[in-house]
Design a protein around this ligand. Structure first.
Ligand SMILES: Cc1cc2nc3c(=O)[nH]c(=O)nc-3n(C[C@H](O)[C@H](O)[C@H](O)COP(=O)(O)OP(=O)(O)OC[C@H]3O[C@@H](n4cnc5c(N)ncnc54)[C@H](O)[C@@H]3O)c2cc1C
Length: 424
């Protein structure tokens, strides 16, 4: 479906990943994760590495495939059917790898990126703090430079893979000048699991279980200075870059809810009520119509965003945020509708729709909430429009009103128009 959006190479990758999903991940494995009987899906990560699926966009010399962002979206959409926890394990190399590949030194890439993409190391990202996640630049985790190392103290919350990871990308405050600009306060450190790094708490989650989500505590952790990623106090740049794959893959993973919709459609074509197939009731089949429309619109926006990043389009951050918000909210509606179409059985664990519903709710919160996406979108769009010279041809001037004073925004402007007319 929608093969015209993909090149032949991207299509082959998508088909390989679809086969991987079908053949390599058992239902029992998913159920065990959902029952929290698996703490971290390392086995899945190693399997991905065997199929060379951990570095789709990254250079071959570090174990990647050097493919496009669109290819990564196509692959993530397939993995998305497996739910949020495996989806997250799948996309984490895209996020962590982005920072290492863009800002890392050759030595850091050899030492961490390569074994990471080859599945020999596992990583997690630690941004959110108990103090808050949306206000990212207010980070209070501190790293004080002391000769050839930093001393790291603080806490991070809700870190997927806190249990399971061999190293973490940790954003922390390094610039303590009281009037330092928020974009010049933070640095990105690569912190290996070791003395002083503790996972103190495992969360009981509504969904996304089995991904090792926990709280990290750093107590006087010595981090070598050479583990600084990018510039000292230059974490803002890394953050903005990492948010591209972070948000784009959130959107792409949510496209995986096609699986729930597909199931609901088939179910409604077999289930009867009042002597008719339930699909014959308009109240049911309009839910399906609404769902597939939302899903297609989400696909369109997500693939457009991926193409925008591939092309280096200047407004890509706005489009990526739009895709994240639209696809995650759309996915929530789609799964909710799928459950409604299936009636009571959809609410039970007989079918995985209830798990999909619990999972997908998270997507509206993590990697920046819908509200934070809106903040970004409006900010970037206002900037874009207001920094362009106004071209009156865009709005037929006289069609609004022949009287110029009616187009004034303030009384003051209106008086100016009157006075200039009076002076004529
Ligand atoms: C299961 C799970 C896994 C996660 N994985 C990770 C991970 O691996 N690494 C990581 O670093 N983080 C992770 N997160 C954290 C996630 O990114 C944050 O929860 C999210 O960014 C929101 O931060 P918060 O929970 O502190 O909410 P808050 O920032 O406290 O926000 C609370 C509410 O206020 C709203 N709000 C806040 N500021 C504004 C504003 N300026 N304008 C409008 N509304 C606003 C928010 O939208 C939200 O509705 C995970 C979270 C969960 C639940």
């Amino acid at each position: 479906m929608y093969d015209f959006l993909l090149t032949p190479e991207e299509r082959t990758l998508r088909d390989d990943v679809r086969r991987f999903v079908r053949e390599e991940v058992s239902s029992e494995f998913l159920r065990k994760m959902d029952r929290d009987e698996i703490i971290y899906p390392r086995e899945f990560v190693e399997r991905l590495a065997e199929y060379n699926l951990r570095g789709i966009r990254f250079p071959r010399k570090y174990g990647g495939r050097e493919m496009s962002w669109v290819a990564e979206v196509a692959a993530t959409q397939e993995i998305g059917c497996l739910g949020m926890a495996l989806g997250c394990a799948f996309v984490m190399p895209s996020i962590v790898g982005e920072a290492l590949n863009t800002f890392g030194t050759d030595q850091q890439k050899e030492r961490y990126l390569k074994p990471y993409l080859e599945g020999r190391l596992v990583a997690a990202e630690a941004l959110t703090e108990p103090r808050g996640g949306s206000d990212f630049f207010g980070a209070t985790t501190r790293a004080v430079l002391d000769g050839d190392h930093f001393v790291l103290n603080g806490q991070k919350r809700f870190v997927v893979g806190a249990d399971g990871a061999d190293f973490f990308l940790v954003y922390c405050r390094t610039n303590f000048e009281p009037d330092a600009h928020k974009y010049e306060r933070i640095s990105l450190l690569l912190v290996e699991k070791g003395p002083g790094v503790e996972t103190e708490y495992h969360y009981g989650l509504l969904g996304c279980r089995g991904g090792g989500t926990g709280r990290l505590v750093f107590r006087d952790v010595k981090v070598p200075r050479e583990n600084l990623i990018g510039e000292l106090h230059g974490g803002a740049l890394c953050f903005h870059q990492m948010m591209i794959p972070e948000r784009l893959t959130s959107a792409a993973g949510c496209l995986g809810v096609w699986g729930a919709l597909d199931l609901a459609v088939r179910y409604s074509n077999r289930r009867s009520a009042f002597g008719r197939l339930v699909r014959k009731f308009q109240a049911v089949n309009f839910l399906v119509a609404d769902s597939i429309t939302q899903l297609d619109a989400a696909r369109g926006l997500t693939y457009m965003a991926a193409r925008a990043v591939d092309e280096g389009y200047p407004n890509m951050r706005r489009i990526v945020s739009e895709a994240k918000r639209f696809a995650t909210e759309g996915a929530w509606n789609v799964v909710n509708n799928a459950m409604q179409v299936m009636g009571g059985i959809g609410y039970t664990e007989v079918y995985p729709v209830e798990r999909a519903l619990r999972d997908v709710r998270l997507a509206l919160i993590w990697t920046g909430t819908s509200q934070i996406m809106n903040l970004m979108i409006q900010h970037e769009y206002y900037d874009e429009i207001l920094n362009q010279p106004y071209d009156r041809r865009h709005m037929e001037k006289d069609a609004m009103s022949p009287d110029e004073s009616e187009r004034c925004f303030t009384d003051e402007d209106m008086w100016k128009v009157h006075e200039s007319k009076a002076g004529q």
